[in-house]
Write a protein of this length. Structure first.
Length: 166
């Protein structure tokens, strides 16, 4: 089944209705391009699967239990630092694109409330999972782009460079 903008609209609508308000209890990275958020909401547990895999990028709720590496990758550790015990505020689609934003109500290092975002780009080999702070400044991505010229990655490269040097 094609994961086109219409499919993304249907999925974001379903997820927004089902998991808005859910608390993030665990975060796993079972594969290089995959993230699993274990959520709890109204006496129900959910597993939200996010994948930036070039062959099968997607977002869905799943009952599958994935085998995880013994040591969590750095991207997973960053998500755990910022998103454990956060609540999902909303799941939205950017325009009619294959880009999904998951907004979280979280807390910063001093305990003040703030928002954090996961942006999932579902675009075949260009798929990515991007983690942003309250200003939508990119903190990290599951696929770090190389320094080789690539029109698609230009915006991400500029943002990553700005965040590291400014």
């Amino acid at each position: 089944m094609a994961f086109d903008a219409g499919m993304v609209a249907a999925i974001t609508n379903e997820l927004n209705n089902k998991i808005s308000g859910a608390k993030v209890e665990k975060i796993y990275q079972p594969g290089n391009d995959d993230i699993v958020l274990v959520l709890h909401y109204e006496r129900e547990n959910y597993r939200l699967f996010l994948s930036a895999n070039a062959n099968n990028p997607r977002i869905n709720l799943t009952n599958v239990t994935y085998e995880n590496p013994k040591a969590a990758p750095m991207f997973c550790m960053l998500l755990r630092k910022h998103l454990l015990n956060a609540r999902i505020e909303s799941v939205i689609q950017y325009g009619f694109e294959r880009v999904i934003e998951i907004a979280f109500n979280s807390h910063d290092e001093l305990g003040f409330e703030c928002k954090k975002y996961i942006i999932l780009e579902i675009m075949g080999k260009h798929s990515n999972i991007i983690f942003c702070d309250q200003n939508k400044k990119i903190l990290n991505a599951i696929k770090i782009v190389s320094n080789e010229p690539d029109l698609y990655n230009t915006l991400l490269q500029i943002e990553m460079a700005r965040n590291n040097h400014g």
